[in-house]
Design a binder for this molecule. Sequence first.
Ligand SMILES: *[C@@H]1O[C@H](CO)[C@@H](O)[C@H](O)[C@H]1NC(C)=O
Ligand SMILES: *[C@@H]1O[C@H](CO)[C@@H](O)[C@H](O)[C@H]1NC(C)=O
Ligand SMILES: *[C@@H]1O[C@H](CO)[C@@H](O)[C@H](O)[C@H]1NC(C)=O
Length: 433
Amino acid sequence: MTWTLTSGVIHAFWVLCTRNPLADEDWAGYAALTRPGGHATRVARRGAAQPVRAMADTPTLEKAKSGEMVDSLGYKLMRPGVKVAAKETLLTPRFYTTDFDEVDEIFNLKKNPNLPMEELDAMLEEFRKDYNQKHFVRNEGFSEAADAIQGDLRKIFIEFLERSCTAEFSGFLLYKELGRRLKDSNPCVAEIFTLLARDEARHAGFINKALSDFNLALDLGFLTKNRTYTFFKPKFIIYATYLSEKIGYWRYITMYRHLQRNPDNQLYPMFEYFENWCQDENRHGDFLTAVLKARPELLNGLEARLWSRFFCLSVYITMYLNDHARHYFYEALGLNTTQFDRHVILETNNATERVFPEVPDIEAPGFWDRMDRMVGYNTKLVEIDNNDAPEWLKKVQKAPYIERILAECLQLFFMPTKRTGSLDIEGAKNYVY
Ligand SMILES: *[C@@H]1O[C@H](CO)[C@@H](O)[C@H](O)[C@H]1NC(C)=O
Ligand SMILES: *[C@@H]1O[C@H](CO)[C@@H](O)[C@H](O)[C@H]1NC(C)=O
Ligand SMILES: *[C@@H]1O[C@H](CO)[C@@H](O)[C@H](O)[C@H]1NC(C)=O
């Protein structure tokens, strides 16, 4: 009974969210942005202070039986030095698209003459200053550090880099398109989105350059065309991107501070860049706060409260399960995955509570027990995925664990929450970085 009910609800929700009226649209515009010499690639090149090592490290390449090219760690390659992107699952970073006409309705200055633009204009000035313009210049140590990372840790590292690169790149694509579509109806917001895209492209390019230290760069232009785009309504995009920027900030800054205190665990020089890097995420989050405040209907009423609760939980649960499935990575950096995640969620929830009308009460008794139980079920799912059983049998074996996870999610949704939020957020006017 629980199974049918929960799966029915979740499935209905999933269909709603992934319905994609733009699926047939021509994405050529995106391809142009990322083609060699296009924007993303150019940024990546500028980021490199040193020549990239020869990508065609042919001695390590092997032809698999099926004729696929694989590298020495078993990664499938599209061509030498370019990795086939990991398979998409429910928990991998996604690419998003939205209803751009509805976005236009939200920001169009003619249709919304009362949009409070003062704060947004001030933010545009901040973004134009481009504080990190000179920050992403690689230092000497990258290739050497990459070579020193071997064995299982190398795989885990590559996976971390790939996920991070895909997530940053996903932000780039979405912001770039928003900037393009709003150019006429609201030039200020359009330019801010374009500048956010600039930051994300820089991050994605920097991480992809790191992947090339491992001889496994991603072909971002191909990804742009080849990935499926998940459709989200504009208001959901605003909630979800606000949360992902804030949680990204807390992840980067927490790792950075930890590694500053424990320099022996700093396995790869990329982490040294996180302090200024994450200020980009923080600024993006503050811009999305301003957007939310400009549209009070997103922050008031029952519907807004339910969506706030839903998005907070989705983001926290996804991160908690993902990170625990990759706990070796965090342990290699000397972090305790559970403590790290709880800290990041606590801080994100604390920041979000000043904006969203309602957030989960993560200190409520039982909250973390449920999260930890889900980690246990998810571990089982990963084990089943890795066994040699036929696909149909795996599906049968997985069903009870998926049911348990969905039931825990549903129960988390109905746990106590905190009614929060305030439209006159203190200090929001004098953002200082
Ligand atoms: C992505 O590329 C792969 C391999 O080239 C192909 O099999 C798949 O159908 C493509 N998917 C989409 C959505 O274009
Ligand atoms: C990590 O921290 C949690 C909570 O403090 C603790 O229960 C767990 O044993 C720690 N794990 C490791 C591997 O130290
Ligand atoms: C929550 O945020 C406020 C304001 O930034 C800060 O003073 C407080 O210490 C934070 N609480 C926690 C638990 O981090």
